[in-house]
Ligand binder design. Structure first.
Ligand code: ADP
Ligand code: MG
Length: 691
């Protein structure tokens, strides 16, 4: 009803040049809409040479879609009339709703109520309209000034103004549009609804998304996860720099900000997030015409050394690998290329390379099983026919591997660019741009290859955790209470005892066994090291006594109720962090990172949204900058990442079982070698809401 109406009414159609109501009517006419359009205006009799109707109800035939450009005060009564008329969809361009707060919020709620009562769907309010370029519809019900050629891209933009810019840029990039919607305040239809609709529109092959926030994240994830398997979804999400700056009691809280949430959410449901509109359009064009690579081994062919090195660096910077050729390939290249050429990847055909030389090199490399994708560079020298080279690239590019071209020194290469682009080979100006797009192709392949597994469940002492949490008020639990709750779910802690007096600490230490650690524990004491409240490596009774007395004399007066926590000293050699923070919109975000007392400086963490499958924690640790530290490193044995993974999955089960848990941080979880004794030595846990 919204995208394929049989008849459209424009309410608030205007005669005034420059008025939105006039532009919409003009666009519908100019777009060649295949059904009737009815301008509605109570004050003017003619708009753009068409007779008007005083109200929607006065229109003789049926109306499927009404575009509302009336002042905000009139929207509700017009919507009411549309309902009575039997209209199926409203595109509410008018602003002055939720986005202005106060009366606007109420107005929007009433609009939604009216639409629900009559079973109408709403796009907007506060939007730019919709476009459907299907030839059997050909509807431009927007006030966009841009004409886009028809094609296979569907676009959704939250912002109206940017929607216009996106349409214009897409047209410039030569991307044809199938459908477009600017959804404004999303009172009813949001990005997820559009994805669901486009999933079944054959003409739509790629979806481009520009969103400032996601309306219904849960629905979005479910739908996007499914749709992205068959149609790539590309997103530019604004607000990257908006840090979740809320005062946080744990590192986890300050690290896992809202932007990270959207990032991981996109990642987990297969949406490719790009940094710029430029990349979005390049990637869309590439995905439409080029196959996906099977892996990340890329070959570079060039006629100049410098750009070859640039390309190699850029690919490496994107985490892609330079392909190592099969012997046969190198032999073929050696036979066909001049002695000065470089036969190894990047293959340098040198400046005298003509179409024939490109042809031979491409054929050899395209056939190599060790190559997943090609980046072909050409710097046009004066004596070489650029167009002939382009034709050679076109004719000998493999069909089953992506080929990206990079033409430097463009002025002379216009025809060459046209040859390649017409053949669906994207042409970039700089190797970095091509490398970024290649990385996204590899990423899409990886997304398609990954099937999420089931969420692991463990046998835990749920009743014990429930008993511990039952009476607890909102706020941070003490360290030992947090430990008890996590312990009930099988997260391993060292032996320990809480005592008050230094002499009792000595006795506890003898029971636990040396070496031990002593920490102060007091309500509200969250970052113990900052108060020098942690003493490690205590080897005997005397050291324990001295350390305990030092803590008591320095801190006890300032921290009423202070206790001494005597703990077994963990023997592991690597510290990691495990955490969870509950995002109000996206639910639990899990964090895994390099741990210890420097986490905020290092900020080396991976974040994911629930649910985590059994492989997820391993992927998170593998993605850390410091992941090498967790393997065998400088004579140290590898760390037992599996122990940390197990703990994170148990944590997931705990926070799923107890929604009052708002934030958890285990830092550090000290990893021993596999088979050793890996232990969580410090935990904090915050509750929200009433018991
Ligand atoms: P906080 O994070 O509140 O400052 P922690 O309990 O995490 O205090 O202790 C700080 C550091 O002391 C840890 O990062 C770890 O290096 C070390 N540490 C603490 N407890 C132990 C323990 N039981 N075994 C070994 N090292 C420990
Ligand atoms: Mg700590």
């Amino acid at each position: 009803m919204v995208f394929r109406p049989r008849a459209v009414a424009v309410v608030g159609a205007s005669r005034r040049p420059g008025a939105i109501g006039r532009q919409v009517v003009a666009n519908i006419l100019e777009g060649g809409f295949t059904g009737p359009v009815y301008p509605v205006n109570a004050h003017a009799e003619v708009v753009l040479s068409m007779p008007t109707y005083p109200s929607v109800l006065a229109i003789p035939g049926p109306v499927d879609l009404a575009v509302l450009c009336v002042p905000p005060e009139q929207v509700l009564s017009v919507a009411e009339e549309c309902g009575e008329k039997g209209v199926g969809g409203l595109v509410v361009i008018t602003a002055g709703f939720k986005e202005i707060g106060g009366v606007g919020v109420e107005r929007e709620a009433r609009l939604v109520a009216i639409a629900e009562r009559f079973g109408m769907r709403i796009i907007g309010p506060n939007c730019m309209g919709i476009v459907n370029m299907e030839p059997e519809v050909s509807l431009n019900a927007s006030f966009a000034a841009t004409r886009t050629p028809p094609g296979h891209v569907a676009m959704v933009s939250q912002s109206g103004a940017l929607g216009e810019a996106i349409l214009a840029d897409a047209a410039d990039a030569g991307l044809g549009v199938a459908m477009f919607a600017s959804i404004g305040n999303r009172a009813d239809i949001g990005a997820a609804d559009l994805l669901e609709y486009w999933e079944h529109v054959d003409r739509v092959r790629i979806v481009l998304l520009y969103a400032e926030s996601l309306g219904d994240p849960e629905k979005f994830v479910t739908v996007a996860r499914r749709v992205s398997r068959t149609k790539p979804i590309l997103a530019v999400k604004s607000g990257r720099s908006a840090a979740g700056a809320a005062a946080a009691g744990s590192h986890t809280g300050s690290i896992a900000g809202a932007d990270v949430a959207v990032d991981t959410l996109f990642q987990q449901c297969g949406v490719l997030r790009v940094e710029s509109f430029r990349d979005m359009f390049s990637l869309a064009a590439t995905l439409l015409h080029q196959p996906l690579p099977r892996g990340d081994r890329i070959a570079v062919v060039t006629n100049a050394g410098g750009p070859g090195i640039l390309a190699t660096d850029a690919l490496d910077g994107e985490g892609l690998r330079m392909a190592t050729f099969a012997k046969r390939t190198t032999a073929r290249l050696a036979r066909d290329l001049p002695p000065e050429a470089s036969l190894r990847n990047p293959v340098d055909l040198i400046a005298s390379a003509d179409a024939e030389r490109y042809r031979k090199a491409l054929r050899a490399i395209a056939a190599d099983e060790h190559v997943d994708g090609l980046l072909v560079l050409f710097v046009s020298p004066i004596m070489i026919d650029a167009q002939a080279v382009a034709e050679a690239i076109r004719d000998h590019a493999p069909k089953d591997k992506p080929v990206l071209a990079c033409l430097m020194g463009r002025q002379k290469g216009r025809e060459a660019i046209a040859v390649l682009e017409d053949a669906g080979i994207p042409v970039f100006r700089y190797p970095e741009d091509a490398a970024r797009i290649m990385r996204l192709l590899v990423r899409r392949r990886a997304l398609l290859d990954s099937e999420p597994g089931p969420v692991p469940r463990f046998k835990v002492q749920r009743a014990r955790a429930a008993a511990l949490l039952e009476a607890a008020p909102a706020g941070w639990l003490t360290g030992s209470a947090a430990e008890a709750v996590l312990g009930a779910y099988g997260i391993p802690f060292p032996r320990g005892r809480l005592v008050r007096a230094p002499k009792d600490a000595v006795e506890a230490a003898h029971e636990i066994g040396f070496p031990v650690v002593i920490k102060a524990e007091a309500p509200g004491l969250l970052h113990k090291s900052e108060h020098r409240a942690v003493a490690t490596r205590l080897q005997n009774g005397d050291e324990v006594f001295a350390a305990a007395r030092d803590l008591v004399t320095r801190l006890a007066r300032r921290m009423p109720g202070m206790m001494l926590h005597v703990q077994e000293m963990a023997g592991g050699h690597r510290e990691v962090l495990l955490g969870m923070t509950r995002d109000p919109r996206y639910g639990p975000l899990f964090v895994a990172g390099i741990g210890g007392t420097h986490v905020e400086v290092l900020r080396d963490v991976a974040v994911r949204i629930a649910p985590l499958d059994a492989a997820a924690p391993f992927e998170m640790f593998a993605s850390l900058k410091g992941s090498v530290l967790l393997g065998e490193f400088r004579g140290d044995p590898p760390a037992d990442v599996a122990a940390a993974a197990d703990a994170l999955l148990r944590l997931q089960q705990l926070v799923a079982d107890f929604p009052r848990i708002a934030e958890v941080e285990v830092n550090p979880f000290i990893l021993d070698a596999p088979g050793g004794r890996s232990l969580a030595v410090d935990a904090r846990l915050r509750l929200e809401g009433e018991p």
